[in-house]
Design a protein around this ligand. Structure first.
Ligand SMILES: Cc1cc2nc3c(=O)[nH]c(=O)nc-3n(C[C@H](O)[C@H](O)[C@H](O)COP(=O)(O)OP(=O)(O)OC[C@H]3O[C@@H](n4cnc5c(N)ncnc54)[C@H](O)[C@@H]3O)c2cc1C
Ligand code: FES
Length: 264
């Protein structure tokens, strides 16, 4: 049964992380109560008509006691620009939680979480859930530069180890995190991989996970419109071509790597 809420949520904090990235904290009785790691919300960024479509943002973390969720987002265009201007105490309308999240039925195991850029957004909630179930959690995060890593301290309490890579070499390994992945896997020996990031990165991780025969879940950043399975704007090709196309908004955004066919 799908449990879905349309809630008016008060902004209790809105923090700028760097020039383009923000963390918004929202008070939400229902969504905080039922959401799972890897799910997302559709955010109505304005009371007006422009933009008309809601914007999908992953649930970054949840505080059930305080009845709050946090969203980590980057200004990309009009919708996120409008969102960045919202102040504390204002009300934002959310639809959610949406989608199929990560499989967290894992205990006393070793999990490797891999994020690329904004792919870090859903991984904090996942890391918290896995740590709660006594898993050892290793985070591998790749971004363009040091500035995009300003939020990584949030992971310190729930991850045993953190490995960083930047394209400009300002922090950690210089290059893509996937270039360093075989070494990370051979050192940490994970029993499960979870990843979120751009499509070429997901494709590479799928190949590497297959080589090492590690079960792997991928959260795809497929563009979405309705977010509830109606518009067919988010289709993903299944690996088994005899099966119908998958919808990222309801069947995903998280898929088992072998379920989906990924284009660059
Ligand atoms: C399930 C899901 C979860 C997401 N979680 C987050 C999150 O936690 N934090 C976050 O910052 N963003 C997240 N995104 C992306 C976010 O939804 C878009 O950045 C946002 O909708 C852009 O809206 P906008 O009006 O600011 O920009 P628009 O004006 O709509 O677009 C600006 C530019 O960004 C491109 N763009 C829009 N959406 C995407 C996308 N999904 N992937 C790549 N390029 C895109 C457009 O083509 C355009 O070039 C998520 C997307 C999905 C589908
Ligand atoms: S976004 Fe409309 S069907 Fe997925």
């Amino acid at each position: 049964m799908i449990i879905l809420y349309l809630e008016n949520c008060k902004v209790t904090a809105h923090q700028q992380v760097n020039e383009t990235d923000y963390i918004i904290t929202l008070q939400t009785d229902q969504i905080a109560r039922v959401s799972e790691a890897g799910q997302f919300v559709q955010v109505k960024v304005t009371e007006g008509f422009e933009p008309i479509l809601r914007r999908p943002l992953s649930i970054h973390t949840v505080d059930r006691e305080k009845k709050e969720i946090k969203l980590y987002y980057q200004i990309l265009g009009k919708g996120t620009e409008i969102l960045s201007k919202v102040r504390e105490e204002e009300i934002i309308n959310l639809l959610g939680p949406l989608g199929t999240g990560f499989d967290t039925a894992l205990e006393n195991s070793k999990a490797l979480l891999i994020g690329g850029g904004l792919g870090q957004a859903p991984l904090l909630y996942l890391a918290e859930e896995l740590e709660r179930k006594k898993n050892t959690v290793f985070l591998a995060l790749g971004t363009r530069d040091e500035v995009s890593l300003r939020n990584v301290v949030c992971f310190d309490d729930v991850c045993q180890e953190v490995s960083l890579a930047t394209e400009d070499g300002s922090v950690g390994f210089k290059g893509y995190i996937t270039d360093n992945l075989p070494e990370i896997i051979e050192t940490f020996k994970p029993e499960r991989i979870y990843a979120c990031g751009p499509s070429p990165m997901m494709k590479k991780i799928k190949e590497i996970a297959k080589t090492y025969q590690i079960p792997c879940q991928l959260s795809l950043e497929t563009r979405m419109a309705c977010g509830i399975g109606v518009c067919l704007g988010c289709t993903v090709k299944p690996s088994d071509q005899s099966k119908p196309y998958l919808k990222a908004c309801v069947d995903g955004p998280v898929f088992w790597a072998e379920e989906v066919l990924l284009d660059e």
